[in-house]
Design a protein around this ligand. Structure first.
Ligand SMILES: [Zn+2]
Length: 145
């Protein structure tokens, strides 16, 4: 990584209003398990975040910090990361025995692809639990170790 890139990412990071300890904790854990986490506009327009399986790269849209959903967003992506680990690189559902709330249904049903719906359903199920952070950490450690 060249000096400019390092300075640039430090700059972006310093722009995060009140970086939340849980966000930073999950970011560190993801990096420990070989995922690269960047605070940049994802290549998919309008997305809050994106995980690219091929090189384990995770984009977090800087807007999530302004919306105060930074921790929620990285929890959601951490579930996808655990799904990548579980499938040994080919993303697959973990088969968790929890359901997302009815309010979360439109968020995963909008995906046309049924496989994608299963992946998203699981991410939203974890994200909407009261212990979502602990659950995401547990799943990362279970599947990515
Ligand atoms: Zn998702």
């Amino acid at each position: 990584m060249n000096k400019f890139l390092i300075l640039n990412s430090l700059f972006l990071f310093s722009q995060i209003p009140n970086p939340e300890p849980k966000f930073l904790n999950l970011k560190n854990q993801l990096e420990k398990f070989g995922f690269q986490v960047v605070i940049e506009l994802p290549p998919k327009r309008g997305a809050y975040a994106l995980l690219r399986e091929a090189d384990r790269k995770i984009w977090i849209n800087p807007v999530v910090f302004e919306l105060h959903i930074g921790t929620q967003t990285i929890i959601h992506e951490a579930v996808h990361a655990a799904q990548v680990c579980a499938g040994k690189g080919k993303i697959k559902p973990l088969g968790l025995d929890i359901q997302p709330s009815n309010y979360a249904r439109p968020f995963f049903l909008r995906y046309a692809d049924v496989h994608r719906q299963d992946l998203e359903k699981e991410a939203y199920a974890v994200q909407t639990q009261s212990n979502s952070f602990e659950l995401a950490v547990f799943l990362l450690q279970k599947y990515c170790k």
